[in-house]
Write a protein that binds this ligand. Structure first.
Ligand code: GNR
Ligand code: NI
Length: 148
């Protein structure tokens, strides 16, 4: 059994709180500047069904779907991204137990989005060069506005 440490458990709890405060449906450790492979998510209406993924991996993928994505790390920007329709995820839970999850729809989109974060990727990396330049321009404008 691989081990999950108290550090990762505490980080996951802190990340969940941050994610709820930011009204996001997922958060990856890289977004809070931590270099461990920890993801938290909650797609429930009641915001009371947290999911935790330690060292998540995509072990199978099929089909494709397009979803309008947003990201807490790229505020105010929304764009359509094409991803796999179904993915099978292998990960550890907070007790260090391995589990597999078959996901589709928004759950599949979200876990792919979060695993990308762990690999240093954000959804705007998938956009065409033109759209990316527009996004970067808007982000620079937002940053200037935030400084005054
Ligand atoms: O809150 C979020 N909503 C969302 C909507 C569509 C596709 C992906 C996401 S994830 C995002 C939170 C976030 O930035 N996680 O990294
Ligand atoms: Ni994100």
């Amino acid at each position: 059994m691989e081990s999950v440490t108290d550090y990762e458990r505490q980080l996951a709890a802190d990340m969940l709180e941050t994610m709820y405060e930011a009204r996001g449906i997922g958060l990856a450790a890289t977004q809070v500047n931590k270099g461990v492979r920890v993801v938290v998510m909650d797609l429930s209406e009641g915001r009371d069904e947290p999911r935790f993924f330690i060292n998540p991996e995509i072990v199978d993928r099929s089909g494709s779907q397009t979803c309008e994505e947003g990201c807490l790390s790229v505020p105010g920007i929304y764009a359509e991204v094409e991803r796999a329709e179904k993915v099978t995820i292998r990960a550890l839970d907070l007790d260090g137990e391995a589990f597999e999850l078959e996901a589709d729809g928004l759950l599949a989109v979200c876990i792919q989005h979060e695993i990308d974060h762990l690999d240093g990727k954000v959804f705007v990396d998938y956009l065409s060069p033109l759209k990316r330049r527009m996004v970067e321009k808007r982000l620079r404008k937002q940053q200037r506005a935030a400084k005054v």
